[in-house]
Design a protein around this ligand. Sequence first.
Ligand code: ACO
Ligand code: OAA
Length: 447
Amino acid sequence: MKDEFLIYKLSEKMKDCAKIDNDLFKKYDVKRGLRNDDGTGVLVGLTRIGNVVGYERIEGGGMKPIPGKLFYRGYDVEDLAHGVMADKRFGFEEVAYLLLSGDLPDRDELEDFRKLLVDNTALEHKTFMNILELEGSNIMNILARSVLELYTFDENPDDTSRDNLMRQSINLIAKFPTIIAYAYNMLRHATFGRSLHVRHPREELSLAANFLYMLMKDFTELDARTLDLLLMLHAEHGGGNNSTFSVRVTSSTGTDTYSAIAAGIGSLKGPLHGGANIQVVDMFHHLQENITNWSDIKEIDAYFERMLRKEVYNKSGLIYGIGHAVYTISDPRALLLRELARDLAKEKGREKEFAFLELLEDRAIKTFARVKANGKTVSSNVDFYSGFVYEMIGLPHEIYTPLFAMARIVGWCAHRNEELNFQGKRIIRPAYKTVVTDQDYVPLSRR
Ligand SMILES: CC(=O)SCCNC(=O)CCNC(=O)[C@H](O)C(C)(C)COP(=O)(O)OP(=O)(O)OC[C@H]1O[C@@H](n2cnc3c(N)ncnc32)[C@H](O)[C@@H]1OP(=O)(O)O
Ligand SMILES: O=C([O-])CC(=O)C(=O)O
């Protein structure tokens, strides 16, 4: 009780310690969240990897919302996705090759790269045993823990030479699916008493298919290609998204790859970033239960209004899967995923749920504009439909955010490699202005 009271007392102090008057940010021209007054991001770097486009700058100041576009190394992601879908083949390895090297692979390069990834999927026995023995209920946490452990088994963990960075990148991209699949199988065993299967990856399969094979053995070609497309769409999102920026900030100190990637995992887990995909599913289930008529616009709007006013659901005031730091009118990934979800829902007999989700998307955006009235143009983001698609291909909720990490590891590695190799590199170290007055030290005996 004494300890609890002390913790309570200290936590109460936090109220005063963390109080910073909002007006001070304006006064000192602080870019809160590294954002300009018009909501656009403060320019903090240059990159050749990804380009996220959501607005146009207007001459003389301000910005104009435009439909979203995403480019990987200059290639439009929609073209990459449509190219792969037209050929009915897997594309994640191609995107990984492109992001890491800057070029699209030819057939031989692609096949060699796929094999190289498969050759690196196996885990060290101890990492495997730790996943089994330490258990844990959150797979993002297990992933971060396992990544830090890989440092121990790397003979050259701190070497930041180019070939070592590339070797570590490939090793991590290859091992993420194995760690996540094993961690989930263990979780399922420990939590639901299901038998524990440990299947080793198969040499001839793509990364997406191998993941499904390790996770659940039985899956269809369409399931694997759907997952592959989701991985392609989540692989990279410029240098400014929170997890990639975390990797770049950490890397700028010259630290090892595993420490930097663990920082990225920690960031992605948050509900405002990659963790939003599971929040959307949770919110959707809540709305399914709490909205009596799924086509009643008035009822839906009223519920969203109460959510925004922090009265219902988790009282955060947020509608998950809506809004973005860069996109305004649309997130191109959400548009692709909506069409994918529509097709899958038809096939899986879940059209009624899809229609409800699509209506929720529309009403959330409209209610946001009416209630917030802040002039911000919002649309659905990548997390809005991804969970529903995962659910339709039979994937368990616990791995939705880890799947984001399984794709984004590519972007993280590409950005780390760029951060450590561009000529004018500097440790990232912005400034904070102190807003507390200096105080005279009082000896312990006089306090
Ligand atoms: C993969 C990804 O990371 S995609 C994003 C996934 N995250 C989510 O879906 C969570 C819900 N969305 C959000 O929280 C936000 O839209 C973010 C964090 C994604 C981006 O936010 P920003 O563009 O920085 O918006 P910003 O912080 O400028 O917010 C402006 C106002 O709109 C509000 N707002 C923005 N999005 C939402 C939302 N989805 N629901 C409710 N309010 C929102 C903010 O709370 C803020 O309100 P306030 O001024 O009353 O405090
Ligand atoms: O760019 C962002 O801020 C978040 C995002 O959509 C992503 O990382 O995919």
